[in-house]
Design a protein around this ligand. Sequence first.
Ligand code: UDP
Length: 194
Amino acid sequence: KFVEILSIPFIDSNMDEFVNKIIYPRIMNQDKTFVVTANPEIVEYANDHQDYKDIILSADYITPDGVGIIMASKWLNQPLQERITGFDLMNELFQVADRKALKIYLLGAEEDVIEAAALKVKRQYPGIDLVGYHHGYIDIKDASLAMSIAELEPDIILTALGFPRQEKWVSKHYPLFKKGVFMGVGGSFDVLAG
Ligand code: UDP
């Protein structure tokens, strides 16, 4: 079920259902999946930039990231169940990955931040197969890094390049990958690194 707000179709779900009934089965089926956790800034930017909007609309799922989106859905009398933020979804996926020994790749943030974030993931989730990570100060059009990531065949690829760069990176390099759940997580690695 979807609710359209400012011409962006948001999935009406809750975190548990979204992770366990939608995303997890897709990982198991190796169905390539692009998730956008869209906050009001992303929606506004998308409505001002058609190329970015096309990328957002190409996602398999767009989740409401922010109370502003939930409030808008209430005004439209089509209330969305709950907020699904990038940071929360990242942590839920870490937990699933820990239990199921999934392969994760982390792309983004400053060099020292990504190193600290990777260390934190390894310590906190020993079951995760962290196949690699890279800082986010890259040319998003460069395919060589993306190709080397694709060779690692991660189940989950988290990009923390800030919007619109993180979604542009996913959209550009998506065809190189055979499988994987892709999601931009904004400043989440900075929070994770502490
Ligand atoms: N970032 C990056 N490469 C860039 C620009 C930003 O990896 O070229 C990282 C930045 O270090 C931070 C993250 O992107 O970890 C999110 O940045 P910001 O808070 O500006 O983005 P937003 O949360 O607004 O999407």
